[in-house]
Write a protein that binds this ligand. Structure first.
Ligand SMILES: N[C@@H](CCC(=O)N[C@@H](CS)C(=O)NCC(=O)O)C(=O)O
Length: 207
């Protein structure tokens, strides 16, 4: 398998999952700053021009964070990255969807791509979009913080949901965009102590 990633992007969470599983995989960096994701070579991989994408061993491409994480967990049951109980497994998807669609797609995207939410806006308006993004991003962390009270990981045991929380926590703490509330901050430190996370961070040049 091959993971298409950009250092420190949401693909970091998928990178962590690959490392947690421990099976061999290749990495292909995509330079988002240089706009390489809009070039024909990458659009042939993902016409949505986004990382992460994975190339499966039989040649198919899979995109979308939630789909990739779910696929990796389902095809590597020995890694126990999703609970067997259907409701517990749905809880994993529930929290990942919130992180990926709301915190990332609504909150963080407004902070870093405000022009996509307000085309042709002037700088004052873009700043309002950025501020709204920060508000939504922080609202997400506040909600997740409550869910983490008394727990080491989001659903009790480590799961792919923790890799999702890790990548947005990295955006907050690692990129200094906002302070993490206490339980999320403790979760972030717990994640940083995992060897799989350390390997992924080192491979992306983030430490
Ligand atoms: N819905 C997609 C979103 C992926 C996404 O937003 N990826 C970002 C990096 S974190 C990206 O490739 N951005 C490039 C761009 O939007 O120009 C998913 O969950 O996989």
């Amino acid at each position: 398998m091959k993971l298409y990633f950009a250092p420190g992007a949401c693909s970091l969470g998928i990178h962590v999952i690959f490392e947690e599983i421990g099976t061999p995989y290749e990495m292909q960096a995509v330079n988002l700053r240089a706009g390489d994701h809009f070039k024909p070579e990458f659009l042939a991989i993902n016409p949505k021009a986004k990382v992460p994408a994975i190339l499966l061993d039989h040649g198919e491409i899979l995109t979308e964070w939630l789909a990739i994480a779910g696929y990796l967990a389902a095809t590597n049951p020995q890694a126990q990255l999703v609970p067997a109980d259907p409701l517990a497994a749905a809880r994993v998807t529930e929290v990942m969807a919130y992180i990926n669609s709301f915190m990332h797609g609504q909150g963080f995207a407004r902070m870093f791509r405000p022009e996509r939410f307000a085309p042709e806006a002037d700088e004052a308006m873009l700043n309002k979009v950025r501020a709204e993004g920060l508000r939504l991003f922080s609202e997400g962390f506040a909600l997740i913080d409550q869910a983490l009270a008394g727990r080491d990981y989001l659903l009790g045991d480590f799961s792919i949901a923790d890799a999702a929380l890790f990548y947005v926590s990295y955006w907050a703490e690692g990129r200094k965009t906002c302070a993490l509330p206490p339980h999320v901050a403790a979760h972030y430190q717990r994640m940083l102590a995992r060897p799989a996370v350390q390997r992924a961070m080192a491979a992306e040049g983030l430490v």
